[in-house]
Design a protein around this ligand. Structure first.
Ligand code: HPA
Length: 241
């Protein structure tokens, strides 16, 4: 049964979904990494695909930018399409001087300036965290693959063009690794819907040094995150059965 933003049937999506922000990135992953991929929805050009990665059925669905957009797709996938696990793969701006461009970060904790989690959960004493077993699986896989994966607190902001010039400093002081715009919605909704979630991001720009990746560097760096996340998603899909 279609929802307002996803024109598909129950069964069209795999139980495990990889969710980049950019719809073009979703198409790129489906075309370059999935076997027998098929388009399952394209409402508002948010093209979702289902195919197989190393024999395991997986789906790719873009979130769009920001929590309001991401929350719509996340809620509809969990509630109406039998999706059990969503793994966000995105980019983020680094705060910490210990983080370099291209570093991959998994959000073991998330803070936000948005009221969305409070409004959804109905209280303000929340903790935004991923599914513990998925976080552990990601850390194990990164060790096996010899890939550096930092784990820590990320900041989900409603604001890209941040006017507060003290923010970088405050975040760095508090040990917050990086900023992006979707993870808090994913973790809050996963908790409400009793589903699984994890957010993995690559540092595409550095807010303290001003450095950022060239388009070619961005592509090759994202390719290694895509490969890593597909393996993680495929292991998860096998575990769910
Ligand atoms: N701010 C918010 N989201 C982002 C950024 C940023 O600097 N870089 C990548 N995603």
């Amino acid at each position: 049964m279609s929802t307002p933003h996803i024109d598909a049937e129950l069964g069209d999506f795999a139980k495990v979904v990889l969710m980049p922000g950019d719809p073009r990135r979703a198409s790129y992953i489906a075309q370059n990494y999935l076997e027998d991929s098929r388009l399952v929805t394209d409402v508002r050009n948010a093209a979702g695909y289902t195919g197989r990665f190393e024999g395991t059925e997986l789906s790719i669905m873009p979130s769009g930018m920001g929590m309001p957009s991401a929350a719509i797709y996340i809620t509809e996938l969990y509630r109406s399409f039998g999706v059990e696990t969503i793994i966000r793969i995105g980019t983020a701006g680094g705060f910490s001087s210990e983080l370099q461009l291209r570093d991959m970060v998994v959000a073991s904790n998330c803070i936000t300036n948005s009221r969305m989690p409070e409004l959804l959960l109905g209280h303000s004493e929340y903790q935004l965290a991923p599914t513990a077993s998925l976080l552990e699986a990601a850390l194990d896989l990164s060790r096996e693959a010899g890939l550096a994966l930092q784990s820590g607190t990320i900041f989900t902001s409603d604001i890209f063009y941040e006017p507060d010039e003290t923010l970088n400093h405050r975040m760095t002081q508090n040990g917050v690794l990086c900023v992006e715009m979707e993870t808090a919605a994913l973790y809050a909704i996963a908790e409400i819907e009793q589903k699984q979630a994890l957010s993995v991001v690559t540092i595409s720009d550095h807010l303290t040094s001003g450095a950022h990746l060239s388009p070619e560097e961005r592509q090759s760096t994202l390719d290694s995150m895509i490969q890593f996340s597909l393996e993680l998603a495929s292991n998860e899909a096998k575990a769910i059965g």
